[in-house]
Design a protein around this ligand. Structure first.
Ligand SMILES: *Cc1c(COP(=O)(O)O)cnc(C)c1O
Length: 395
């Protein structure tokens, strides 16, 4: 069987990571639903454990189905290798565990995905880890916060739910100059729209729960490293901590991944039209979407992304009350957290995901009471507009 290769991302998304099975010629990769692998002999087992021979030992340490997904995403992110994890948070906690030692300091984006920040501020503090969560779109502010013990610069761009961007290339230069490891949570952009490793980052992570799987039916994560040294360090920690992905989960994610390009393109097209429509609507106060020239970082989006994606946040002139009315009135948009699936999801962070975040922290992260977040899906855009129109009439 021939290996299938092309020179373009659309082709690679469909074929990367799959090596045709020479025995059955199965077009879909097999699910190796096994916890353990038999050795031919004592010598064979010894050689595998010593790393002298390639092969599989035990699924927490490696499995061919999981490896197929890892190989595919590593190729799309232009990394050295990837490690699939049981959730996005397993990816993030593995990164923290691998690179933060006792009394280390971390600088992160203030609007980082909630638990990525909370775990540092409530759990890693027990090991003396300190942190500064700041507006990382302000490069001077990053430089000011660097200390002798700063180890990690952890950014999310676009950030949730404000759609604020951070200049990844500039952060990579700062990180290099000060010996920091730059980690980018690339969940919102997906590998189709942004490749942080190419912009100089050391490690990229994804919650594959979102765009990469894309069907709102799996929770998972992945870590992609630029170098063998970073990969080996992360692999060692992940194998011991045990946040490994399951083979069936990996197979589902790989199946979802194959349509990533089509989904991202369609959803982005819908989002661009919806953002323009919302911006012109009399009941809408403001729209945050990196694809609108009014977005303060429109030029940065063009520089570091291949497109603005399909996440929009907007505010209603009627504030908090109108926000509640809107999310209670939509019919086609689904009222749910999460994002990046084929269906359009709507949520109101002030009353939902960020309800327990202190007011000052919410303000610093740009999460106002009137903010509505839309994860635009792949439906017909006119149907989405009609749904939002009838709901806005009630606000
Ligand atoms: C959802 C999400 C995570 C966490 O991923 P899980 O798969 O839910 O553990 C991390 N970062 C971002 C940006 C996310 O949207």
């Amino acid at each position: 069987m021939k290996e299938k290769k092309g020179n373009n991302l659309e082709t690679e998304i469909i074929h990367a990571g799959y090596h045709p099975d020479p025995v059955t010629h199965s077009v879909s990769p097999p699910i190796y639903q096994t916890s353990t692998f038999a050795f031919d002999s004592a010598e064979h087992g010894a050689a595998l454990f010593a790393g002298k021979e390639k092969g599989f030992i035990y699924t927490r340490l490696g499995n061919p189905t999981i490896e197929a997904l890892e190989e595919a995403v590593a190729a799309l992110e232009k990394g050295y290798a990837a490690l699939a994890t049981s959730s996005g948070m397993a990816a993030i906690s593995t990164v923290y565990m691998a690179f933060l030692e006792k009394d280390a300091h971390l600088i992160g984006t203030a609007a980082l995905y909630g638990p990525s920040r909370t775990i540092i501020e409530t759990e890693f503090t027990r090991y003396g880890v300190s942190s500064d969560f700041i507006d990382t779109s302000d490069l001077e502010e990053i430089k000011k916060r660097i200390k002798k013990n700063t180890k990690l610069l952890f950014i999310e761009s676009p950030a949730n739910p404000t759609m604020a961007l951070t200049d990844i290339q500039a952060c990579a230069e700062i990180a290099k100059e000060h010996g920091l490891i730059l980690v980018v949570d690339n969940t919102f952009a997906s590998p189709v729209l942004q490749n942080p490793l190419e912009l100089g980052a050391d490690v990229t992570i994804h919650s594959v729960t979102k765009f990469i799987n894309g069907h709102s039916d799996v929770v998972g994560g992945i870590i992609i490293s630029k170098s063998p040294e970073l990969h080996q360090r992360l692999q060692k920690v992940l194998r011991m901590m045990g946040g490994t992905m399951d083979p069936h989960q990996a197979w589902l994610v790989l199946r979802g991944l194959r349509t990533l390009y089509l989904r991202v393109e369609k959803a982005q097209d819908n989002a661009q039209k919806l953002a323009q429509w919302l911006a012109a609507h009399p009941k809408v106060a403001w729209v945050n979407y990196p694809g609108l020239p009014s977005h303060p970082q429109y030029d940065l989006m063009k520089k570091q992304m291949k497109g603005p994606g399909s996440m929009i946040s907007f505010g209603l002139k009627g504030g908090y009350e109108a926000g509640i009315k809107l999310i209670n009135s939509v019919k086609l948009c689904t009222l749910a957290v999460s994002l990046g699936g084929i269906e359009t999801l709507i949520q109101h962070p002030a009353s939902m995901t960020h309800a327990s975040v202190p007011k000052k922290e919410k303000e610093e992260a740009g999460i106002t009471d009137d903010l509505i977040r839309l994860s635009v899906g792949c439906e017909n855009v006119d149907d989405l507009i009609a749904d939002l129109e009838q709901a806005l009439e009630k606000c």
